[in-house]
Design a protein around this ligand. Structure first.
Ligand SMILES: *Cc1c(COP(=O)(O)O)cnc(C)c1O
Length: 398
């Protein structure tokens, strides 16, 4: 007798998403990641990447990757702690530590594993984590893995965070205050100066995830810690190599002891193979560019200011964004996905985002301009947004 399929419930679940209009097929990028790119056979203006500085397909990164591949091969052959630590990995960690003005750095396979692996490594069941409600999923997973008690404060509500910390004064166990530097779906910036002061006052470890701030905020893109001049006061800084740096990877910056500890206890570091040489070499080339060509970051912000201003002028609700991440709030998830689809058909790639990536009822399309979009690209994108928005009742009420 044929066995009943124990995964039959998956089909029902997926049919439900299709009925609700929240089912998403993966769009396939058929060109390099560029300001105008080809997805699913269509040339579109690409406002959906995290390629802030246009480094993902930069000739210097591409050359560095090819050169490293020729010299050192396609793969590293082992996890870092067994035999997979190559010269390029060490160079990259030293380079990032210097750039971030900290003692030491460890590179993980991704920003996700950096967050999850670190939080889980430094906290245990007797400890407490105080976490912003909009922190990235990798922070949330790390918190859960650690088995520590998790207390969530309302988004950017430092008074609530302060009350939670005060309640823990005098209790045993470590405390971790953790926040994104720039929030990935709303594009706003954490109130870091106050949070840092709270952590200091209550003896908590301060951890900041600068995935969307590295290469974007601070001098030469050093992130929110540099932006607010908080050097030496944030115990654990997280960054990604997958966004503005244009490649792949994540890193933790902090004291030498923190990094030594993670070399021994960061589970993704211990149990998952290190980057291919090409990745480390391309990242190194990207840090050269950050230091040599700060005008890329200026251009990114010039484009950001222009695009946001034009969107607001056209009556779009861009939420609370202060950075190049600019959501266009829609509310209903099915409408956000339909808006995104209609934009795509008119030549603009801007992804619809709904639950569980953002709370229910706060669906949106998310746009990110880059340093390599021209004014003409942005004007064309605006024209499409306005035209399609009018048709669908999104944007200016007339
Ligand atoms: C994208 C992102 C990550 C994950 O980085 P990857 O390198 O893509 O794994 C972590 N934290 C935040 C806030 C992010 O936006």
């Amino acid at each position: 007798m044929p066995r009943a399929n124990p995964l039959a419930w998956l089909s029902e679940e997926i049919e439900g998403w299709k009925r609700a209009g929240t089912y998403q097929r993966l769009r396939v990028l058929e060109s390099a990641c560029e300001p105008v790119a080809r997805f699913d056979g269509r040339e579109v203006i690409n406002l959906a990447s995290n390629n802030y500085l246009g480094l993902a397909n930069h000739p210097k990164l591409v050359e560095a990757a090819i050169e490293a591949t020729r010299r050192y091969g396609a793969g590293s052959g082992a996890v870092r702690t067994i035999a997979g630590t190559m010269t390029l990995h060490v160079e990259l960690e030293q380079r990032i530590a210097r750039f971030k003005r900290v003692e030491a750095c460890v590179v993980f396979q991704s920003g996700f594993t950096a967050n999850a692996g670190t939080v889980a490594a430094i906290l245990g069941p007797e400890d407490t984590i105080i976490s912003d409600e909009l922190n990235h999923a990798s922070i949330i997973d790390g918190c859960r893995l650690s088995k520590a008690r998790i207390r969530i404060f309302p988004h950017r509500d430092f008074e609530a965070a302060g009350r939670m910390l005060a309640e823990l004064d005098g209790t045993p166990g470590r405390k971790l205050l953790i926040t994104d530097g720039v929030f990935s779906m709303d594009g706003d910036i954490a109130p870091l100066p106050v949070l840092v002061e709270l952590a200091e006052r209550h003896g908590a470890i301060m951890m900041v995830d600068d995935a969307h701030a590295s290469g974007v905020l601070g001098r030469n893109g050093r992130g929110t810690i540099d932006h607010f001049n908080l050097h030496g006061r944030v115990d654990i800084q997280v960054g990604t190599l997958s966004k503005a740096i244009g490649c792949l990877g994540g890193y933790i910056c902090g004291s030498r002891d923190l990094i030594e500890y993670l070399y021994h206890r960061g589970r993704p570091f211990l149990f998952s193979t290190s980057h291919p040489p090409a990745v480390a070499a391309a990242c190194l080339a990207a840090f050269d560019l950050l230091e040599q060509e700060p005008e890329r970051i200026e251009k990114l912000w010039e484009n950001t200011r222009y695009f946001k201003e034009q969107l607001r002028r056209e009556g779009f609700d861009t939420g609370i964004s202060e950075t190049p991440i600019t959501p266009i709030m829609v509310g209903d998830a099915a409408l956000a996905h339909a808006f995104s689809q209609a934009l795509f058909e008119e030549g603009l790639m801007a992804t619809g985002i709904g639950y569980p990536t953002v709370p229910r009822g706060k669906a949106r399309i998310r746009t990110i301009v880059t340093a390599v979009h021209t004014r003409e690209h942005l004007d064309r994108a605006l024209e499409i947004l306005v035209r399609v928005g009018r048709r669908m009742g999104i944007g200016r009420r007339v």
